[in-house]
Design a protein around this ligand. Structure first.
Ligand SMILES: Nc1ncnc2c1ncn2[C@@H]1O[C@H](COP(=O)(O)OP(=O)(O)OP(=O)(O)O)[C@@H](O)[C@H]1O
Ligand SMILES: [Mg+2]
Length: 296
């Protein structure tokens, strides 16, 4: 593999309008170090290389060899349109890749849930094409905006049933998950008697029982207490596969996501890497407030 690191670094840095100084600050190194790397006089250690790939929002391989790794395409939406009483989605084009962690943003009623339901297959688009490159029954996990739970079951019964359906059943695993999601005290409680936050945690637990290629979460933390929210984001950080999440937890988006998509007036108004926004010295919340105000 040809090492083209120095030219790649220079190119990518300029593409993101990052000065050597700005990049150096992000990496906690001197500007001279960045300059040496770009002249080929020195190379960063592996930790710095990984940080660089993150900051520049590229694969490590791409940074070193200049070749795009064949990132696995998970789903492609092509020219999707959907009208209920009024047009909700106009011309949606979206490709999701293997390790994307996408935060889907937009005002209430902008069509976020409709996009997700289109991906899942619950909404049939009026026009366009959905191409799924995974097996919907094995590789897709969804936590919908409304909890879909069987009210008459007890918590443990429900988790066991869901684990069996998803072929993940083992009593020890079920017990562990119930403990992890802080539902141990409620294990024998009938679901209709749970509080809103407990129901949300249960729905989340169920959606995370099996590893999947695509995990979709529609406002997962709504109604949860702070401790549960912290636990959730920490847990999400260890989930493999790609993730599409609708959330308004802006400070979490800064930490856990790689890509933000802003939906406005029925179209994807912005589709940007989180690293690019940070490189512009903005938090996602600042970026969102500005972007969502702009005339679409
Ligand atoms: N099944 C449906 N029948 C009729 N109208 C619908 C249906 N589903 C969604 N809509 C309408 O489509 C628009 C987009 O709804 P959607 O639920 O996708 O928005 P959202 O971005 O998820 O909003 P929120 O942030 O409030 O969850 C809304 O105006 C909504 O009323
Ligand atoms: Mg919604």
């Amino acid at each position: 593999m040809k090492n083209v690191f120095k030219s790649q670094l220079c190119l990518l840095r300029q593409k993101m309008s990052l000065s050597q100084d700005a990049l150096a600050q992000k990496l906690y190194v001197s500007r001279q170090s960045v300059s040496k790397w770009e002249h080929g006089d020195a190379e960063p250690d592996i930790d710095k290389l990984i940080s660089l790939a993150e900051i520049l929002a590229v694969d490590l391989n791409f940074l070193l060899s200049g070749q795009q790794s064949n990132e696995e395409l998970i789903i492609r939406l092509q020219n999707i349109s959907k009208k209920f009483k009024k047009t909700v989605l106009k011309d949606i084009n979206l490709s999701v890749y293997g390790r994307d962690r996408i935060a889907l943003l937009g005002a209430n009623g902008s069509g976020k849930t409709t996009i997700i339901n289109t991906i899942v297959g619950l909404v049939k688009p009026d026009g366009g094409r959905v191409r799924r490159f995974f097996n919907s029954s094995d590789d897709l996990s969804v936590m919908s905006q409304e909890n879909v739970l069987i009210e008459s079951l007890k918590v443990r019964e429900h988790v066991m049933l869901s684990a069996q359906i998803q072929r993940q059943y083992s009593p020890i695993f079920v017990t562990e998950m119930i403990k992890k999601f802080n539902l141990n005290e409620q294990a024998q409680v009938i679901i209709s008697q749970l509080s809103g936050g407990q129901r949300r945690r249960l729905a989340l637990l169920i959606s995370l029982l099996k590893p999947s290629k695509l995990l979709i979460l529609d406002e997962p933390t709504v109604g949860m207490d702070l401790e549960s929210i912290d636990f959730f984001w920490h847990y999400l950080d260890h989930v493999g596969g790609s993730v599409i999440t609708i959330t308004h937890d802006f400070n979490q988006i800064d930490k856990y996501f790689t890509r933000v998509i802003l939906l406005k007036n029925g179209v994807i108004d912005k589709d940007v890497s989180v690293a690019a926004i940070h490189a512009n010295n903005q938090t996602i919340e600042q970026w969102y407030r500005i972007s969502n105000q702009e005339v679409g």
